[in-house]
Write a protein that binds this ligand. Structure first.
Ligand code: FES
Length: 238
């Protein structure tokens, strides 16, 4: 047991909100957190998936989630919080039912990413890092998602929406707001941010193989090389 409570001396710096003590963590969650810890030779290696599981039940990194991880892994709450506040995929404030990410890194920016973010922000009535009052959407400006060949890219619950335009984004948000069935442009059915977090924690939902594994734009270079009979040079670096 850690036996220590965590107090931040820099509450405005993006720490976990320790004043919101609400939680949905129950015995089932604790059993699943212990299961994750048991999957690794060093239990503390499970901390990151465990934090994703905390998010899947609490919608954010909650004080109760930090305490549970610390106790199960026999580390301090400060160590858990240090990891939770280092990575941007761990949220200090509640995510919406659907978490929208808009990439504005170089290639997406060149292809209209900033315009897309502005449009989405205007449509939802929130700025990046905010959640709509009804809890339906949260918005984030994201860094390159390694999908530059489909720029500009928007993510819904970490599923890709490729080659987006402001018009397509508007339709997408209308569909999600009305709970109409929506699929990623790569095939996967959109569920919810919390369900996606559960998958990231290591509890598959059986949808991993929905859609193609690689899109046409990603495979174009290989196709051109195949057509021209090009191959990588043989041998190592020396
Ligand atoms: S720059 Fe947006 S996915 Fe790479």
């Amino acid at each position: 047991m850690s036996g220590h409570e965590f107090t931040s001396y820099f509450p405005e710096s993006g720490s976990v909100d320790m004043t919101d003590t609400s939680t949905n963590i129950d015995e089932t969650t604790l059993t699943e957190l212990r299961e994750l810890a048991g999957r690794y030779p060093q239990a503390r290696s499970a901390l990151m998936p465990m934090l994703h599981l905390v998010q899947s039940v609490d919608g954010r990194i909650s004080p109760a989630g930090i305490k549970a991880c610390a106790e199960i892994l026999d580390i301090t709450a400060a160590q858990v919080s240090g990891v939770a506040t280092f990575y941007t995929m761990y949220r200090r404030t509640p995510a919406g039912q659907h978490h929208i990410g808009v990439c504005t890194t170089a290639l997406c920016a060149v292809m209209g990413g900033d315009m897309l973010l502005e449009k989405v922000s205007e449509k939802l009535g929130i700025e990046p890092d905010q959640t709509t009052p009804d809890g339906k959407f949260s918005l984030e400006r994201i860094e390159c998602n390694a999908a530059c060949d489909f720029a500009p890219v928007l993510m819904v619950n970490w599923e890709f929406m490729d080659n987006m335009t402001p018009e397509k984004a508007e339709q997408l948000l209308d569909d999600l707001a009305a709970d109409r069935e929506v699929s990623s442009t790569r095939g996967a059915t959109i569920t919810s941010w919390r369900e996606a977090e559960r998958v990231l924690a290591g509890f598959p939902d059986g949808r991993a193989d929905e859609g193609p594994s690689a899109g046409e734009a990603s495979l174009l270079g290989k196709k051109i090389a195949d057509d021209k009979g090009w191959a990588a040079p043989k041998g190592g670096l020396n």
